[in-house]
Design a protein around this ligand. Structure first.
Ligand code: PLP
Length: 463
């Protein structure tokens, strides 16, 4: 007898329940090719359901190729319908791993999601959905809405010293898509790009996926060590995070910025500036963009992921004029355009002053979180640590002398219910950052920060 438990309390139709269970048994090999199934009459009486339930389930399985039915001789399991699946244990382990990871997660770059300005966003959204011309519901231009590009050019000039016309902006799906567009624009096999080391692993992957190679330049507490820029190479571009180096947190001084610009001019290559979170600068005056020093040599990338929400998937690329058309095309090839209505809501959000008020409010909140994290680290670890890169953004780096954040130690830390992120994961030349971890603090509450740091200490020092 075919064992198919039927649960009438479920919100799933009975024919679907029969179908799913037979399908599962065929896929996992419990029912094998050539095996004969009970007749619909027999099965319906065994399961105490109507015959139609079984007929519909069999019909669907036949239509999908799981069963074959021969008039007069019955219904059989088709050959070739078995598919090996990861064992339940592996699956269970993955679920457990995820649960453990989600306890106190110091992942970097996550804003305080519960402080998203919902009410204002909903109000503006309501107006846009109701009042905008119906053409907004059609296909749009790849470079993005003029309304957004116009307020953005204004905002960037005022706050970041970025010198551009709205026509030099292409709206992208986050900074990540801007990076992909740049990779497609400049890089193919045999090309070379220069990057800071360490630098976000994902960005290395994006550039390397074009087949190009990466020339790594080490970073110190001020960012890229520009004296090491190679004179004997011909890079397509130099990628930098000058306002807030990721992950080590340095801010590039003017002398190094000038060195970079002179290098790019001499090599006739570009500088790609990733300005992903520098609005949250807690120490010293705001630093201007590199782009403002030479708009013809710098491609500037920005994002709303940290200042508002990563779920919006809105970022932008500010380009020298002669690169705009090619980038428009690449954006078009990639996904036609970024959702128009969200762009309009954002444009209104910026124009009516909400963005700058939100940033000011969040800056206070994050500074408070950051100060609390630093205080917890000092009281818990006393002089065993050095804290780096805490002047800007949503993360800092902790260096612990004589501690090697090996995979065994990281696993142990996770078993204590904390997740931290090794700098070494982002390094290009391996082995130099084993004693450093990244701690994101934007999305955590103070009690989570305190508990997380206590658990981290216990995990490392067996207390
Ligand atoms: C250095 C850096 N650049 C870019 C990004 C990508 O941001 P987005 O969400 O806008 O794609 C991140 C994400 O954390 C980042 O750390």
């Amino acid at each position: 007898m075919l064992w198919i438990p039927i649960n009438r309390a479920l919100d799933i139709p009975l024919n679907k329940q029969v179908y799913q269970q037979i399908r599962e048994k065929i896929l996992n090999g419990t029912l094998q090719g050539g095996e004969r199934l009970a007749s619909t009459r027999k099965l319906c009486s065994e399961l105490n359901v109507s015959r139609n339930v079984i007929l519909e389930a069999y019909e669907q399985l036949v239509a999908e190729g799981f069963l074959v039915s021969y008039r007069g001789s019955g219904t059989f399991v088709a050959d070739g319908a078995c598919l090996a699946q990861p064992s339940k244990e592996t699956f269970q382990k993955k679920i457990e791993d995820k649960t453990a990871a989600s306890k106190i997660d110091f992942r970097s770059g996550i804003p305080a999601l519960d402080l998203f300005p919902r009410k204002t966003w909903a109000k503006l959204s309501h107006t846009i959905w109701n009042d905008t011309n119906p053409t907004i519901f059609g296909y749009d231009q790849p470079e993005g809405r003029y309304e957004l590009r116009e307020v953005l050019a204004n905002y960037l000039l005022r706050t970041r010293g970025v010198d551009c016309h709205p026509d030099q902006i292409v709206i992208t799906s986050g900074a990540t898509q801007a990076l992909t567009v740049i990779a497609r624009l400049f890089l193919s096999a045999n090309d070379e790009a220069i990057m800071e080391d360490p630098i976000t692993n994902d960005i290395q992957t994006i550039f390397k996926s074009s087949g190009a190679s990466i020339y790594a330049i080490p970073v110190d507490q001020c960012g890229m060590r520009t004296t090491l820029l190679p004179q004997d190479r011909q890079p397509k571009f130099v990628f930098i995070t000058p306002s807030h180096q990721f992950p080590l947190g340095g801010t590039l001084p003017i002398q190094r910025r000038i060195q970079l610009i002179n290098y790019a001019r001499h090599k006739k290559c570009y500088l790609v500036e990733d300005d992903y979170d520098s609005e949250f600068r807690y120490e010293g005056p705001p630093v201007s963009s590199l782009q403002g020093l030479d708009p013809h040599r710098v491609l500037y990338i920005g994002s709303f992921s940290k200042i508002l929400s990563p779920a919006l998937r809105i970022g932008y690329l500010v380009l020298p004029l002669d690169l705009v058309e090619k980038c428009r095309q690449l954006k078009w090839f990639s996904d036609l355009h970024t959702p128009s209505i969200d762009q309009l809501i954002l444009a209104r959000f910026i124009k009516e002053g909400y963005l700058e008020r939100h940033i000011a409010k969040m800056k206070k909140y994050y500074k408070n979180n950051r100060d609390f994290l630093i205080q917890c680290l000092h009281t818990t670890f006393s002089n065993k640590i050095k804290i780096l890169g805490y002047s800007t953004g949503l993360h800092l780096v902790v260096e612990m002398q004589n501690i090697h954040f090996s995979s065994a130690l990281l696993e142990k830390i996770e078993q204590f219910g904390v997740k931290v992120y090794p700098v070494e994961d982002h390094s290009i030349s391996k082995g130099k950052h084993n004693d450093q971890i990244i701690l994101g603090f934007g999305h955590l509450k103070k009690d989570e920060i305190q508990e997380g740091i206590t658990r981290l200490f216990r995990a490392i020092f067996h207390k």
